[in-house]
Design a protein around this ligand. Sequence first.
Ligand SMILES: Cc1cc2nc3c(=O)[nH]c(=O)nc-3n(C[C@H](O)[C@H](O)[C@H](O)COP(=O)(O)OP(=O)(O)OC[C@H]3O[C@@H](n4cnc5c(N)ncnc54)[C@H](O)[C@@H]3O)c2cc1C
Length: 384
Amino acid sequence: MDFSVSPEQRELVDAAARFSAERIAPTRRQRELHARLDPDLLATMGSLGLFGIELPERYGGLGLDRLTAGLVVEALSADDLNLGYVSINISLCGQILARFGQPGVADKWISGMVAGHVLPSIALTEPGSGSDAANLAMRAESDGDGYVLTGEKTSISLATQAGFCIVFARTGPPGSRAKGISAFLVPLDSPGVSRTEFDDHGSRCIGRGSLFFDGVRVPKDHLLGQQNAAFTQVMQGFDFSRAMLGLMCLAVARRSLDETWGHVGERESFGRPLAAYQGVSFPLAEAETQWLGARLLCLRTLWLKDQELPHTAEAAMCKWWPPKLAYDIVHTCLLLHGHGGYATELPYEQRLRDLLGVQIGDGTAQIMKLIIARDKAGREAVGV
Ligand SMILES: Cc1cc2nc3c(=O)[nH]c(=O)nc-3n(C[C@H](O)[C@H](O)[C@H](O)COP(=O)(O)OP(=O)(O)OC[C@H]3O[C@@H](n4cnc5c(N)ncnc54)[C@H](O)[C@@H]3O)c2cc1C
């Protein structure tokens, strides 16, 4: 494994870290309170080349490797994971559209996202199916020169801010499970689309909501990949985003650990710095050890992706362990800040709320462990 990057790539990662310190950190609380992303901030990030690092240059991306893309997301996430989340969504949806979209249809959406002008969303979950995504009920009927989509998607990130959605719907007969599902690019200003927003615990500037499709018509060329093949084609991109989500969470844990080491080195109790007490320093030392192991896992997974080697089990590991570990680390850091850590003035309580959502979204820990078990013992032995 080689995780080294060129001086140019290092400069890009450093630029992302500077942008985070100068523009993302000071506006975190404002985003949280307004429960909205700032379009100007997104456009600035786009103009600085901070989105779509691995996407082809013809869409405005930089065409770099996934490892570098991961390091940039890490830098963008440290002060507010929600901006890292936006970047990951742009990469995930951009890769899907670049690979499976029709050239004349998908291009403007990819370029718009990379420029920071358009936000994407991806809709798999329904009121009756989450973990068991192959059980989805929403229908897409072929009708002349298009498809007509009818149904409800729920728990969709960016539902009310996105310009378009990658929607998974059933094109096969009822009971066809994964073999009867297709994906579509649906502009969210299409007639028949309506949206509602949830009042969420965390990631409030991203927001989640429901999308309702009431006979929404999309042209045939808005189908992504082949009909009935979305589960085998389009969902492959999730392995990449799972490794990125892991790094995003670990970036928040890193920032929290650095701040907390500083705090326990300065704050005194009983005449000595807090760090002098092993009850304080040992949990942080353990966190450092686990953090490093988890980060290496994520980097290795992106490296495997760059080498085009299998990495589905590793990606599932990145999606269950780092979000949980980061949550536990931030919890420790909050407690070591005493009463101050509990106040909204410091970022720890928001970090906890934001990290909790990542433990559910994009697949829960149990489902990730099922994927790992399937990889090791075989689908037949595992049974699902
Ligand atoms: C912050 C956030 C953002 C999200 N963003 C999106 C989005 O953009 N697009 C989208 O489509 N969806 C999104 N989701 C939905 C998310 O993908 C689902 O919530 C998730 O897949 C779990 O589905 P469910 O909520 O229906 O839970 P269920 O499937 O009902 O599961 C409930 C519990 O049972 C466990 N469980 C289920 N089956 C098994 C099993 N076989 N073995 C062991 N345990 C099991 C689960 O792990 C979970 O703990 C988001 C969710 C959150 C919280």
